[in-house]
Structures are given as C-alpha cells and as structure tokens.
Design a protein around this ligand. Structure first.
Ligand code: SF4
Length: 391
C-alpha cells in the first residue's frame, strides 16, 4: 500500500479500455476497427474470449484502484446485456475493476431500451456516451447512420430514466447538407436535454472510406472550408452561451463533468486495454491487439501472441506527452515534464515558443509552471505541436 501511495500517477495504470468491435452497419465515414454483420452467437464467443483475456493477463504495471473503465467500439451497446455483464464481472473478479472513478460505455441510439440501460447501470456503468452526431435525419442518412433524431433524443431520455447522471453526446459538424441553422438546431436541442458533456468533431474524410470515394466521385458534397470554419467558430461561441466549458480541443462540459477516462489519455498516463484491436499503453510502450475478430478469438484460444509491442523512445514519449497535454485547456505541467522526462521545457523550447506566446496563441503561467494553448491557439494547435516533434 505504501509503495502505491508513493507512486506518481504516470507510474500506474489509470484507465481500463475494453473494445467491442461490432456495429449494426458501417457508417460511410468510419475507419475504426468495427465490423457489421456479426450475430448473437459470434458476439457471445467474442465476449467469452475477452473474459479469457482478462483472466489471463498479468498485471505487470501497477493498477490504480480508482482506474476508470471505458467500453468503446464499435457499438458496445449492441452486445446483449448478459454478455456485457460477463465482461464486467470478469474485470471485477480479476481485480481490474476495483473502485473506478468512472465507468463509461459507448452506445448508439436505436440499440438501447430502458431494460438494457437499467442492466448497464446494474453492471456498474455510471456514464454513457451516445453517438448522436446530428439531430437532422437527412444529415444522419447522408453519412450512413442507422438511427434518426427522434431515437437519439429518446435514448438520452431513457438513459436519464435508468439513472445515468453523466451523459455525453458526440456531434459532428461539416456534414453533407449541413447548414449553420441545422447545426444550431442540433446543438440547441441537445443542450435542452440537460446533458452535461458534448464531444464535437469536424467530419474527417478518411482514406479508403466510402465517404472518400463518394466525395471524390461528386456523389456527396461537403460544406467547403469556409463554411466548416464558420461552423467551428459557431460551436465555440454557442456552447459558451449554454454554460459549456471547452476543457479539451473537441470536448465540452458543464459543471466540470469532464470525461475522466479520456483525461487519462490526455494526461498521457498508462492504461490497459482488452479486446480485438485494443491499444494499451504502459508509459513507455504501446501494445496493439490483433484487430480482426476471428483472429483475436483464435489467438486467445491458442495462446498465441496477441499483442504487437512498440517500445517508444524517450523523445517520442516526450513529444506525445506534449501533444496530448496541450489538448487540454489546463495545458501541460512543466514540473511533470521535468519529473517524467528530465526536460526543462522553457529552457529547451522557450525560444521557439516565444513568438506564439507573443501572439497570444500559447500562454505561460510562471507561477503554476504551466503552458496552455489559448482559444486562438487551439485553432492552430498542429502548428504549435510541431515545436516538440523529434526528427
Ligand atoms: S457506429 Fe461508430 S464505430 Fe460503428 S461504423 Fe459508425 S462510426 Fe464506426
């Protein structure tokens, strides 16, 4: 116990991620490790494999008893409630789920009803994150989402009825056919539900996705750069008026209801991961599991090597630490940078940061030993991040 108390937060696993790679249908823009077309039997086999992975994993890095839990996907809510419970029970039995500071699950509207949401609460989840994306049916259809706006609003209401007090909605701007008016309507209606967290992303056309092919072929027309930039600005201004604090580049919370699990990533703390394609981080190495469902199950059954390990040289760790921490409104702690990597950030990068500080894109708080992106700086974050890139 004493040993654990003396550890720094970056020396312990602070979060547990479980990947559920099933979706009802692939959205046109999606390049996540997720698959459509799996039935109940295959999902049960997958859940059993995840439980076996949990049972067999050695805890080679110390685990914080309050480590957050996050079931992401894919669409975790597609798994039957019993299968989800099997996995949560295994996490509890083998000591991964102790006294989590937060237990979140991602869900898609149209895949949950009240009994299921109640079952999720009973399994121990206290936060739910809905992939809403838009409350305009035409926009949802244009990107291949299977739900509609009414289902999204209903899912949020049912989650409240089931006792979820912490609810997130993901929203995308820059959608085909989206206008400022429809974006405003989406955000207004979501804010009216009383939820306390929103993740708002610009649509990215990823290589190899159907969206890329369709935009190239002129079958889908996206808002142009100026329109997307106006939407971005609108999101910032509008959410401010609704009492949301932008605590990370794409994340907004009321009443400091931050996503504690995502803060583990942004702090660049270690996390453990389970499931197909899941990616864990020990603090100095990244581990990525076999991505394909069948492959994953076979490797679990045969005891073959499930994870690819990538050792991260210290300069790469430092670079990633800076990127991730600068995403937060609270910025990067220079004291922590020194303790973790032995680097005096101001001494090493002060000259390169100076113009950004002078142009109010970066701020330096000498007393608290913090550097942060300003609101204007968040818009050009990538340029600023380059300062810390190692060759
Ligand atoms: S629901 Fe999410 S993970 Fe599934 S296909 Fe759509 S974007 Fe991808």
């Amino acid at each position: 116990m004493d040993k654990l108390q003396n550890l720094q937060p970056w020396q312990q696993v602070q979060g547990i991620y479980v990947h559920i790679p099933f979706c009802r249908q692939k959205c046109l823009y999606c390049d996540f490790n997720s698959y459509a077309g799996f039935g109940a039997e295959a999902m049960a086999k997958y859940a059993a494999a995840v439980c076996r992975e949990i049972a067999g994993r050695r805890k080679d890095v110390l685990l914080n008893a309050n480590a957050s839990i996050y079931f992401g996907g894919g669409t975790p809510s597609l798994l039957p409630a019993e299968a989800i419970k099997e996995i949560t029970d295994a996490l509890k039995k083998y000591g991964w789920w102790q006294n989590p500071c937060e237990a979140s699950i991602e869900a898609n509207p149209g895949t949950v009803d009240l009994p299921k949401l109640i079952a999720l609460r009973q399994s121990g989840f206290d936060r739910i994150s809905f992939g809403v994306q838009s409350l305009n049916d035409a926009e949802l259809k244009a990107i291949g989402r299977v739900h509609n706006a009414a289902q999204a609003l209903e899912a949020i209401e049912l989650a409240k009825q089931a006792g979820f007090k912490r609810i997130n909605a993901d929203v995308i701007y820059g959608l085909p056919g989206q206008t400022m008016a429809s974006l405003k309507e989406t955000l207004t209606r979501l804010c009216c539900t009383g939820i306390e967290h929103l993740s708002v992303y610009g649509l990215i056309v990823e290589d190899g996705t159907p969206l890329q092919k369709m935009t190239e072929a002129g079958k889908i027309i996206l808002p142009d750069e100026d329109e997307a930039a106006d939407m971005y600005e609108f999101v910032q201004e509008f959410l401010k008026t609704q009492g949301f604090e932008r605590y990370e580049i794409s994340n907004y919370a009321r009443g400091k209801a931050y996503s504690r699990h995502n803060l583990v990533y942004w702090h660049y703390y270690p996390y453990a991961a389970f499931g197909a394609g899941a990616c864990g981080f020990s603090g100095s190495a990244r581990f990525t599991a076999a991505a394909k469902v069948q492959n994953y199950i076979q490797l679990i059954q045969s005891g073959g090597q499930l994870y690819d390990k990538e050792e991260l040289p210290v300069p790469v760790q430092f670079e990633e630490f800076m990127f991730m921490n600068l995403r937060k409104q609270s910025g990067v702690s220079l004291t922590e940078a020194k303790q973790r990597f032995g680097i005096d950030v101001m001494e090493k990068y002060g000259a390169e940061m100076k113009p950004y500080i002078e142009h109010n894109l970066l701020s330096f708080d000498k007393e608290r030993q913090k550097i942060c992106l300003t609101e204007a700086g968040m818009e050009v974050g990538n340029r600023i991040f380059e300062i810390f890139v190692t060759d």
